[in-house]
Design a protein around this ligand. Structure first.
Ligand code: F6P
Length: 439
């Protein structure tokens, strides 16, 4: 990773005075504001900085510019939501429309229906005119008023559609697969030498997009998941041999499981995709815990333990279809307790889509609005092939190639996993078997 990887593409020189210019005229960088001429450092420790040679890598800051690229009175803007649902999608749509309309004076905004399909003629979807009136109150509801779908479409057909409608800016609200699609659209735009900005607002309850502090909707989703954990714990503590087993979303990243478990601080085990699950070592450990303490609470991320299950192809977004680890583990636990002649009263809860179809909580609503504002500022200033995010609590522009190059995962050597180990008391790896002999 070097400075060049963090450079954001621009469509051209900003020659138009921004209607928001007055907001920033007298500002310069402070602890709470980063001026557009400044940069946000990637590294935030002396050791990390010392490990660099040459100029320290840095992000372009988000926020309004004094000069912009597009003339607000002349342009048309498109918005599309792609992939699985996530709390806050409607907040972002509304935030984009209000910022464009009220602050920049952009009047022509359209929403494409059902993800990228809405930009492909043969699917025959109409477009929705988006006005402040149309988006009124939509943030009070989960889901997306535009509809969504998985899978990418031909970028050439998408750019044909943008051309025909005269769209100058396309906002894509989607996950990593959708951002790869956005990158291909931006590449097609530049092949045709068009001036169309493609700006993403990264969406994932799994929090698996790198180089953004966290994704919108994540906090709401894990907050909702805590209800299932609380229920499982209440059930487990009410009966002899009580075991609560909760499976939560998280295909490749166990952030929801970790945060939801930490929020209640009742879990005895958290199993995530990033840390290999040794079920043979886990089972005797669990039996011993139930024998000694009367109950146990186990939280698993759906992507954990996949080595024990057969793969089932991929979905339209290219994601691996997972085997159901929660159901597998439930059977293994019950069989194991039965074989040992020990009582198990296992209650299994999988809240599944319940955690992502809800409206955003107030924190996420604020975050969605601010991401939408940052996305509009970036696009109006002609930035393209980038997503908005926060890095070390500052709004930044992240080039899409960087945002899709890796995946954000719980680091088994990082401080989040350390907190989980401290809170649960589970061993760092179930391959260390100090308890096996005792079981
Ligand atoms: O990518 C986010 C996510 O919520 C995953 O955690 C989950 O596995 C997946 O979406 C399921 O979504 P769908 O059933 O819509 O493909």
């Amino acid at each position: 990773m070097d400075s060049a990887d963090l450079l954001v593409r621009t469509l051209g020189e900003c020659r138009i005075s921004s209607p928001l210019g007055g907001l920033v005229t007298r500002r310069g960088t402070t602890e709470h504001y980063v001026d557009e001429t400044d940069r946000v450092l990637l590294d935030d420790t002396l050791a990390l900085l010392a490990g660099r040679t040459g100029e320290p890598p840095s992000f372009e800051p988000g926020g309004p510019r004094r000069q912009i690229f597009f003339d607000p009175s002349k342009i048309r803007v498109g918005i599309v939501t792609c992939g699985g649902l996530c709390p806050g999608l409607n907040d972002v749509i509304r935030g984009l429309v209000l910022e464009l309309n009220s602050h920049y004076g952009v009047r022509r905004i359209v929403g494409f229906r059902n993800g990228y399909r809405g930009l492909v003629a043969r699917h025959g979807h109409d477009v929705v005119e988006l006005t402040p009136f149309v988006v009124d109150h939509i943030n009070e509801h989960g889901g997306t008023i535009l509809g969504t779908s998985r899978g990418n479409q031909d970028p050439a057909e998408i750019v044909d559609c943008l051309d025909q409608l005269g769209v100058n800016i396309l906002f894509v609200i989607g996950g990593d697969g959708s951002m790869r699609g956005a990158q291909r659209i931006a590449e097609e735009v530049s092949l045709r030498d068009r001036r169309i900005a493609v700006v993403g607002v990264p969406k994932t309850i799994d929090n698996d997009i790198p180089f953004i502090g966290h994704s919108f909707g994540f906090q709401t989703a894990f907050g909702k998941a805590t209800e299932s954990i609380r229920a499982a714990h209440t059930e487990a503590t009410a009966q002899p041999g009580g075991i609560g087993l909760v499976q939560l979303m998280g295909r490749h990243s166990g952030f929801i499981a970790c945060y939801a478990a930490l929020a209640n601080n009742d879990a005895d085990y958290v199993l995530i995709p990033e840390v290999p699950a040794d079920v043979e070592a886990f089972l005797p450990h669990l039996r011993r815990r139930v024998r000694e303490r009367g109950h146990a609470l186990v939280v698993v991320a759906e992507g954990a333990g996949q080595d024990y299950l057969a793969a089932d192809g991929t979905d339209a977004s290219g994601n691996k279809r997972l085997g159901d680890f929660g159901v597998y583990l439930r059977r293994r636990i019950l069989d194991d307790f039965a074989a040992a002649g020990e009582e198990a009263n296992l209650k299994y809860i999988d809240p599944s889509y319940v955690i992502r179809s809800v409206p955003a909580n107030p924190y996420d609503s604020v975050y969605c609005l601010r991401l939408a504002q940052a996305a509009v500022h970036a696009a109006m200033a002609g930035r393209t092939e980038m997503v908005v995010g926060t890095w070390r609590n500052r709004f930044v522009h992240v080039p899409i190639p960087l945002a899709v190059a890796t995946r954000n995962q719980v680091d088994p050597n990082g401080d989040l996993w350390m907190s989980v180990l401290e809170a649960t008391g589970q061993p760092a790896e179930f391959t260390e078997l100090p308890h096996r002999a005792a079981a």
